[in-house]
Design a protein. Structure first.
Length: 248
């Protein structure tokens, strides 16, 4: 019934969050945190390469992983456009299995919150297993600070002279017990006033308490855990970044 990160959502993402666009300063933050990492880095939830490509341009070795075939196709196009190359993998993080080990694994800007909460312990343990000794994980989490149940918004995004995307978002509910918020997102590709394609997504985000996530990281084996709000620049931000280290 629903399509997550399909053709139209990828098209809109490419349009509204192009390569190199820094969201709340995330590219600068991750560039600084990774500059001393000599081993390859894995970006989980790489999407269209918005962050991957700037990191490659800084001389870092970064692989990308995503579940969405459409996102990875656009990422390959973007890499070719910038004259860069990277290993890209299509995998579900719940079944992560790569032969490579990494000096760092990153999940910027809330992508981790898309994972089913009952399985995040398995994902974190898998991250730990895919890190080299002295490697680290850097994960952004989103807090539902601005969520309002029943709110609807609609936006039009011109793509060229003939086409555009009409994006509609409906905030369904906030579930305090399961710690999740849910949305219905509808994408409509419109050409010369007629709807050509429609894509509907059931967008669910989970949130975590600070101590809760620290305990999850510790249970997976991580040590030296630290956190920053708003990339260290905004203590009222909806983003909290956790860093955990593999010391053995």
């Amino acid at each position: 019934m629903f399509k997550e990160y399909g053709e139209l959502s990828t098209l809109l993402y490419q349009h509204t969050k192009p390569v190199g666009l820094s969201v709340a300063g995330d590219i600068e933050y991750y560039s600084e945190k990774l500059q001393q990492v000599k081993m390859p880095i894995l970006e989980a939830g790489v999407g269209t390469g918005r962050m991957l490509i700037p990191l490659l341009q800084k001389g870092l070795t970064v692989d990308g992983l995503d579940l969405s075939a459409e996102m990875l196709t656009q990422c390959k196009i973007n890499l070719e456009k910038y004259g860069l190359s990277a290993k890209l993998y299509q995998q579900n993080l719940l079944e992560l299995s790569l032969s490579q080990k990494y000096g760092a694994i990153i999940m910027p800007t809330g992508s981790f919150c898309l994972l089913p909460k009952e399985h995040v312990g398995l994902v974190l343990a898998s991250f730990f297993a895919h890190l080299e000794k002295d490697g680290k994980v850097i994960i952004d989490l989103e807090l539902p600070i601005n969520f309002k149940s029943g709110e609807m918004s609609s936006y039009s995004y011109p793509l060229d002279d003939d086409r555009g995307i009409q994006f509609t978002s409906y905030s369904q509910e906030i579930d305090w017990i399961s710690q999740k918020v849910s949305y219905i997102h509808k994408y409509e590709l419109i050409k010369q006033g007629e709807i050509q394609k429609t894509e509907v997504s059931n967008f669910v985000l989970y949130w975590y308490g600070i101590l809760e996530f620290e305990l999850l990281l510790k249970s997976a084996g991580f040590e030296g855990i630290s956190r920053e709000i708003g990339y260290g620049d905004d203590d009222k931000s909806y983003l909290v970044t956790f860093i955990g280290h593999r010391n053995n």
